[in-house]
Design a protein around this ligand. Sequence first.
Ligand SMILES: CC(C)(COP(=O)(O)OP(=O)(O)OC[C@H]1O[C@@H](n2cnc3c(N)ncnc32)[C@H](O)[C@@H]1OP(=O)(O)O)[C@@H](O)C(=O)NCCC(=O)NCCS
Length: 239
Amino acid sequence: MTARPLDRGVVHVHTGHIDLASGAIGELETVLSADERARAERFSFDRDRARWVAARAMLRQVLATYLGEAPESLAFRYGEHGKPAVDGSELELNLSHSGALAVLALTRGCAVGVDVEEVRPVPDAAELVDRYFRPSERRAFRAVPEPLVSATFLRAWVRKEAVLKAMGEGIGALDSVEVTVAPESPPAILAPDSAAHWSLRDLDVSPAHIASLAVAGPCEDVMISEWRPSTPCRLDRDG
Ligand SMILES: CC(C)(COP(=O)(O)OP(=O)(O)OC[C@H]1O[C@@H](n2cnc3c(N)ncnc32)[C@H](O)[C@@H]1OP(=O)(O)O)[C@@H](O)C(=O)NCCC(=O)NCCS
């Protein structure tokens, strides 16, 4: 199998619709490892389980095209806070899923983080801001007009999470990350200082979602493409 090229400084983003018919999920599950299948069994709700299987299969199928290997043969290792990486490869990856959408970002030799959230009302936005945002972010958030509160919160949240996920940290480190919060503000990282030269971009991946991408270095170009499950079965979308 020929490995798909990915140049330094370029980010390849793959989006995937992960609400798939049960037959398709059954097929996709065959590319998962035994550990992954065991993890899938721990979900309480079938829909969450199916979405997780689809996202994990997407991760394996997309990575396989860059590595020139079979999806089921890939081995992952995990950082201190659970960030996955591919054993023995320069490829850097990060996955995020929200609702029926998964987003996978890939770079070469440069840490990457991506976060996606379904657009929705966030009734507990003020509490989350008090808990996870830095003082200047809280001040900017308090100035946001009520009709824009949920959208502004989600935008700031995905920016912060993208940086956090590029760092490979856990949620506890979220208050060390400071980003631009005000509505319509261009994405920028204000803290930590160690991330001052990083790239932060908002991604347009779906009308029903917002997403941001952080790269630990220059980001000259972002290419977005849509994953289609490569299984031979019928892949009807639910709903
Ligand atoms: C991992 C974490 C950093 C992000 O979780 P999340 O936003 O719920 O989930 P996402 O879908 O964006 O990302 C999960 C994926 O990131 C990857 N991941 C796991 N740990 C990671 C880490 N420490 N750093 C980077 N990536 C990580 C995995 O591929 C994971 O996929 P999996 O769950 O299928 O195994 C988590 O610690 C976190 O922040 N949870 C907070 C969730 C929350 O409170 N959300 C409220 C939103 S309004």
